[in-house]
Ligand binder design. Structure first.
Ligand code: 4LM
Length: 392
């Protein structure tokens, strides 16, 4: 899908005027259940013999519109909506594994995904290991007879390390193992893992897809057969589904994803360059920086470098916290992809649940900060960062 088509799809896909009496804004079908015109109709719908809505945990017209839209944006066959990014991650991971299986994972994931993998190991004996995923032979030798999923974030939260998605998909195909990619940091505007051969894409829709910091939601896209199976098992029976109102807010936010992402990316490039030059900053981790170790890979698989910058200060945890407390415009908050610039301290916030030893292995130091660059004038964001950096 080229960008022109993408920019049109984000506005129109899934909208069927005849179903909405011409309303330009889609209706919010705020209902838990749907009335059957007869007992036989209800029975036929439950038996899958007749199309139609039954109950909003199974499907809902507003949510279905969002699912159709995200499927088009990721160039996949079927989308599913969940009540949070973690509901999507858990439904997919639990749906693709059973007791005794093994998950091969990128070297770093969001803190709650780390927690979920630990829980799966403790309760269901589904093991996992983290792998740098930069050497083909080493990846092949880490795949065991029990490996049932390869799970990847790229860029990885918060270290911004990348995984070569085309390479992983090629290796996984040799073994017949599905590759699941959490594409939250890029959004489908910048990176489309299914086009690179991966099998399932997950989003915390809470982030760039929403864009306005007012929804918690998750989305997943993949082949129709697999997603339909997940819809009738882990989505329906665990039940972490999205509300119609949240789907409506997401449909609205998604319309402006391309224009917002362009601005996030432009702002982040300017700020990354300025941070690099500042004497209080020891390291900048940003895929759009030509000194970034995986700059070539970023150019290969992402159409732009995104709106997240992680950076290390010269100093320690106290330096990082002191710096955050000096900021005026920039908000101290977890989450990302909002209009407001947000800063957080991964080792005590998003990745606090990850034991220190694992954090070190992933590259999360106590002086690492993650900046989600917002849509404000970059000069104002820089003025705030600069005054803070000059105080430490
Ligand atoms: C954060 N992240 O980093 P829900 N996948 C990735 C994520 O970054 C997140 C989730 C899934 C942050 C939240 C506090 C790569 C979340 C989970 O929060 O369940 O929508 O997404 O700041």
């Amino acid at each position: 899908m080229d960008n022109k088509r993408f920019e049109t799809e984000v506005i129109h896909k899934g909208y069927h005027a005849t179903q909405h009496q011409g309303s330009l804004a889609p209706p919010i079908f705020q209902t838990s259940t749907f009335v059957f015109d007869s007992a036989e109709t209800g029975a036929a719908r439950f038996a899958g013999e007749q199309e139609g809505y039954i109950y909003s945990r199974l499907s809902n017209p507003t949510v279905a519109m969002l699912e159709e839209r995200i499927a088009a944006m990721e160039n996949g066959e079927r989308g599913l909506a969940f009540g949070s990014g973690m509901a999507a991650v858990s439904a997919i991971l639990l749906g693709l594994t059973k007791t005794g299986d093994h998950v091969l994972c990128s070297e770093g994931v969001y803190g709650c995904t780390f927690g979920l993998l630990q829980l799966m190991e403790e309760k269901y004996h589904i093991t996992h290991n983290f792998h740098s995923m930069d050497d083909e032979d080493s990846i092949r030798s880490s795949i065991t007879d029990h490996t049932s999923v390869i799970y990847i974030e790229s860029p990885i939260n918060p270290t911004m390390k990348l995984v070569d998605l085309e390479m992983i998909a090629r290796i996984a195909k040799e073994f017949g193992i599905p590759v699941v990619v959490d594409n939250t940091f890029s959004s489908p505007y910048l990176q489309r893992p299914l086009d690179l051969g991966c099998d399932v894409v997950i989003h915390s829709a809470t982030k760039y897809l929403c864009g306005h910091g007012d929804v918690i939601g998750g989305l997943a896209v993949g082949k129709k057969e697999l997603m339909s199976h997940l819809a009738m098992t882990t989505q329906k029976d665990i039940g972490g589904v999205m509300s119609p109102f949240d789907a409506w807010l997401l449909l609205r936010g998604i319309k402006t994803l391309p224009v917002r992402m362009d601005r996030h990316c432009d702002n982040a490039k300017k700020l990354a360059n300025l941070l690099k030059e500042h004497p209080s900053v020891s390291k900048v981790l940003f895929p759009g920086d030509c000194d970034f170790p995986q700059y070539e890979l970023a150019n290969k698989q992402m159409s732009n470098s995104g709106g997240l910058i992680s950076f290390e200060l010269k100093g320690d945890k106290a330096t990082a916290q002191k710096f955050m407390n000096t900021l005026r415009l920039i908000k101290i908050a977890v989450s990302l992809g909002d209009a407001e610039t947000l800063i957080q301290h991964p080792s005590t916030m998003t990745h606090a649940v990850v034991p220190e030893e694992n954090r070190k292995q992933m590259g999360i130091s106590d002086q690492l900060l993650r900046l989600s660059v917002g849509l404000e004038a970059w000069e104002d964001i820089w003025a705030d960062l600069d005054q803070g950096l000059n105080q430490i």
